[in-house]
Design a protein around this ligand. Structure first.
Ligand code: SAM
Length: 229
């Protein structure tokens, strides 16, 4: 795990959820709802949310699946996990959160029916290894779901670039007193492979019998789905 990444998420942990709402005008909620729908949860399913942060996706899985679905969230940052755990207690939801590195998980092969990661994969040190690990712990026929920022279509690219370059770091400074982390988070999004490029990465692992993606909000984000072989 990267020390720099660990420190950066420790800095943003306290205001993370609030900042997500402000910076995306609440649109991240729609994208997350899409991810949950794509999981097509069934009674008895076991779900893992990787790089769960403050547990937002894990909560959504639990609220959708109820008692018949078991949900686990992992992250390597204990400050993020502390917030996730205290939210679980407040909401009285039965979700287990563990500190784990997604690149080296302790779960056995084929342990889960659905394995997700939202806005986490571009922050791990090794994208391909992360996809392998997620597929390894997913049952054959199960789904790997990846939600990540992308490069928006030309129609809105210039507005997005202006927003990412000037507004996001400014809001990061005002709300979280942390201009640098928010600058990094958004500039790394534009440089990260998206759409067909990311799909090729998934394909190259040879772990999936089917892979596809859906651009969200003109490609500001992408939802990738891999059905494990
Ligand atoms: C941008 S946050 C996303 C949190 C959450 N999934 C969401 O959608 O709100 C990224 C998270 O990835 C975690 N992370 C980055 N690399 C990781 C790794 N190798 N193993 C586990 N967690 C990791 C960070 O600690 C951070 O909490």
């Amino acid at each position: 795990m990267s020390e720099k990444m660990l420190n950066m998420f420790t800095l943003v942990a306290r205001r993370y959820d609030f900042m997500n709402d402000v910076l995306s005008f609440g649109i991240h909620r729609q994208w997350k709802r899409k991810l949950i729908k794509k999981a097509n949860l069934k009674s008895g399913f076991s779900v893992l949310d990787c790089a769960t942060g403050t547990g937002d996706i894990a909560f959504r899985f639990k609220l959708e699946g109820g008692k018949k679905v078991s949900v686990t969230g992992i992250d390597f940052n204990d400050q993020m996990l502390e917030i996730a755990k205290s939210r679980t207690n407040k909401k009285k939801l039965d979700i287990s959160f563990h500190q784990e590195d997604v690149l080296n998980m302790t779960f056995g092969d084929n342990s889960f029916d659905v394995v997700s990661i939202a806005f986490g994969i571009r922050n791990v040190d090794d994208t391909l290894n992360c996809i392998y690990e997620m597929a390894r712990v997913t049952q054959p026929g199960g789904k790997v779901l990846i939600l990540e920022f992308g490069k928006p279509s030309r129609k809105i690219l210039w507005i997005y670039k202006l927003y990412a370059r000037f507004i996001i770091p400014l809001l990061g400074q005002i709300i979280s007193c942390d201009r640098r982390s928010y600058s990094y988070l958004q500039s790394s999004a534009l440089a990260y492979p998206c759409g067909n490029d990311f799909l090729s990465l998934m394909d190259s692992t040879n772990c999936f019998k089917e892979c596809f993606f859906e651009p969200l909000s003109f490609g500001v984000a992408y939802l990738y789905v891999g059905v494990v072989k």
